[in-house]
Design a protein around this ligand. Structure first.
Ligand SMILES: [Zn+2]
Length: 61
């Protein structure tokens, strides 16, 4: 039985997708931490941006 391979989203290495790998789909702890950091800063940017709904609400129709 061969394990399915997935591409690490962080460093693009091919890694076996194993349920006992706590870092899946990443290859290692470092790659997972790096991706979570990028995701967090992305979230922060989205949060400070006003939503379309807010802009429509302030239009005063
Ligand atoms: Zn990696």
């Amino acid at each position: 039985m061969s394990e399915p391979l997935v591409r690490c989203p962080s460093c693009s290495d091919m890694v076996p997708y194993r349920t006992d790998n706590p870092y899946r789909p990443f290859c290692c702890k470092g790659c997972k931490a790096f991706d979570l950091g990028a995701w967090a800063s992305e979230q922060f940017r989205v949060e400070v941006k006003p939503t379309t709904e807010d802009l429509l609400d302030n239009d005063g129709l």
